[in-house]
Ligand binder design. Structure first.
Ligand SMILES: CCCc1ccc(-c2ccc(S(=O)(=O)CCO)cc2)cc1[C@H]1C[C@H]1c1ccccn1
Length: 243
C-alpha cells in the first residue's frame, strides 16, 4: 500500500470519524440539537464559535434505498461527476493525485451575499472500512465505505482572486445493509439500503454575519444532501449493483 505525505494525517482522521462521527447523536453525549428533518434525513448541529467565527458542526443521518455504500461514496468522491450534483461550486480543479483513491482539490464557491466569495483547498480520499461497525441506525452492516475531505495547503492552489479561504473537515460514512427479500423480486437492488452519516465542520474564514450564516448553512446543507442523494439514486437505478 503506497503512502503519501498526508497518509498519517488521513488515517488519524479516519480513525476519529470511525470512533466519533459514526455514533448516532445523543449517544456520544455531545449536545447535538436536531435542527432539520426531511423525510428520512435528520440534521443535527452544535453551536461552536472559534475566534469569533461560527463553525457549527453538522451531523446528518440519512438512509437511501436501492443503493450501496460504494455507489454513494464513489459518486461523492469522483471529481468527474462533481459538477453534476454540487450546485454551490464555481471553479473546481484537481491539483494533485496522491494515489488511486486520494486527490487534492481546489474549489471556489458561488458568492454568498453579503460576504466575499469563499474557496476551499482540501484532500479527498475514498476508502473501504474493514470489519464494519454497526450502522448509526443499529443495522448489521454488509460493508462500510467512507469519503474523508479535509483542508490542506498546496503550492499550486492559484486561488480565484478575492476569495476568502474556508477550511473544511467533512466525512461521508456509508453502510450497506441487506433488507430481507420479502417481496418476490429477485433484483438485489430491491433488497439493499444505505445508511448514511454525513459530518461537516466548515469554517467560513473571514467574518460572515452570524444571523445570516446559521440559517444559510442549514439551508445549504439540506439542499446539498437532497440534491446529492437524489442524484445517486437516479444514476444507479438502472445499473448493476456494485458493492
Ligand atoms: C459557508 C462558506 C462557503 C462554503 C464553504 C465550503 C463549502 C463546502 C465545501 C465542501 C463540501 S463537501 O461536503 O466536501 C462536498 C465537496 O464540495 C461541502 C460544502 C460550502 C460553502 C457554501 C456553499 C455553502 C454551503 C454549502 C453546503 C454546506 C454548507 N455551506
Amino acid at each position: 500500500l503506497t503512502s503519501h505525505r498526508f497518509s498519517q494525517e488521513l488515517s488519524k482522521r479516519v480513525q476519529d470519524h470511525l470512533l466519533e462521527s459514526i455514533q448516532p447523536p445523543g449517544v456520544d453525549g455531545d449536545k447535538w440539537q436536531l435542527c432539520a428533518e426531511e423525510g428520512k434525513m435528520k440534521m443535527y448541529t452544535r453551536e461552536l464559535i472559534r475566534d469569533g467565527i461560527i463553525c457549527d458542526p453538522l451531523k446528518a443521518i440519512h438512509k437511501i434505498e436501492k443503493v450501496t455504500a460504494r455507489e454513494v461514496c464513489h459518486n461523492f468522491w469522483l471529481s468527474d461527476v462533481r459538477k453534476e450534483w454540487e450546485g454551490s461550486v464555481e471553479e473546481f480543479r484537481v491539483l494533485e493525485k496522491l494515489d488511486d483513491s486520494t486527490v487534492i482539490i481546489y474549489q471556489s464557491h458561488k458568492r454568498i451575499w453579503p460576504s466575499a466569495p469563499r474557496d476551499c483547498l482540501y484532500l479527498s480520499s475514498i476508502l473501504k472500512i474493514d470489519n464494519p461497525p454497526p450502522t448509526a441506525n443499529g443495522h448489521e452492516a454488509h460493508d462500510t465505505w467512507m469519503v474523508c475531505n479535509f483542508s490542506v495547503d498546496h503550492a499550486e492552489a492559484n486561488p480565484v482572486p478575492g476569495c476568502v479561504r474556508a477550511t473544511i473537515e467533512v466525512a461521508l460514512i456509508c453502510q450497506t445493509y441487506i433488507t430481507s427479500p420479502d417481496d418476490r423480486s429477485d433484483a438485489i437492488r430491491d433488497h439493499i439500503t444505505c445508511d448514511i452519516v454525513y459530518v461537516a465542520s466548515i469554517n467560513p474564514g473571514g467574518l460572515a454575519p452570524a444571523s445570516f450564516l446559521r440559517p444559510f448553512q442549514k439551508r445549504e446543507y439540506a439542499k446539498f444532501l437532497r440534491t446529492f442523494t437524489t442524484y445517486v439514486q437516479d444514476k444507479t437505478k438502472d445499473k448493476d449493483v456494485s458493492f
